[in-house]
Design a binder for this molecule. Structure first.
Ligand SMILES: [Fe+2]
Ligand SMILES: [Fe+2]
Length: 191
């Protein structure tokens, strides 16, 4: 497995944990409770500052290579760059909606839920498509030189939340993910 693909898959597993946390908080909101808005905001900030800036561009480089090597696979995957642009737009929309909610604007609760669901559904579908269609096709058609080029062209930036050095602004989020993971493990063991 090319190292770049391994890293992208790990990013997906990490992102899935964040989306589970968002689900948990939005469920609280849906039931009329007070969600942890700080946590929601922190997750969205991370999404705009790491996946949007480093994960998607890496995938875009691979996608360009794939289209050269096997145009049919490119067609099956669809317009990946456009999906990434939409993901960024949905993340910004969610982040702006959160700011409005925090400024106490009178917004329909259903609207905020829809904004969150649009983000979560699109993100999950996109990731699923990449795991099922895009990554296997790239693995099959890209050459060792292609992978080396992608690797060389990718920006080397440590993940500020799941990497070796955690940025202090994400420390609370990191602890929350850790705690949530342990609770899920205990639940799985008990069932
Ligand atoms: Fe992607
Ligand atoms: Fe991805």
């Amino acid at each position: 497995m090319p190292k770049v693909l391994d890293e992208l898959r790990q990013d997906h597993r990490n992102n899935a944990r964040l989306w589970d946390l968002l689900d948990r908080e939005m469920k609280v909101f849906k039931e009329g409770g007070l969600p942890d808005y700080d946590l929601v905001g922190n997750i969205l900030e991370y999404c705009l500052n790491y996946p949007d800036l480093f994960h998607h561009p890496k995938e875009d480089l691979i996608y360009q290579r794939l289209k050269d090597r096997d145009p049919a696979s490119g067609n099956i995957v669809g317009d990946l760059e456009q999906e990434h642009a939409k993901l960024t737009a949905l993340t910004r929309r969610f982040s702006n909606a959160l700011k409005n909610v925090l400024e106490d604007e009178q917004l329909p609760r259903d609207w905020f839920l829809d904004v969150a669901n649009d983000f979560l559904n699109f993100s999950r579908n996109h990731m699923q498509m990449e795991e099922v269609l895009f990554f296997p096709a790239a693995h099959k058609h890209l050459t060792a030189d292609d992978w080396a080029e992608v690797e060389a062209a990718s920006k080397k930036v440590g993940d500020p939340l799941f990497g070796e050095l955690i940025n202090e602004k994400y420390q609370r989020l990191f602890d929350e993910i850790d705690e949530w993971g342990k609770m899920e493990e205990e639940k799985a063991e008990a069932s």
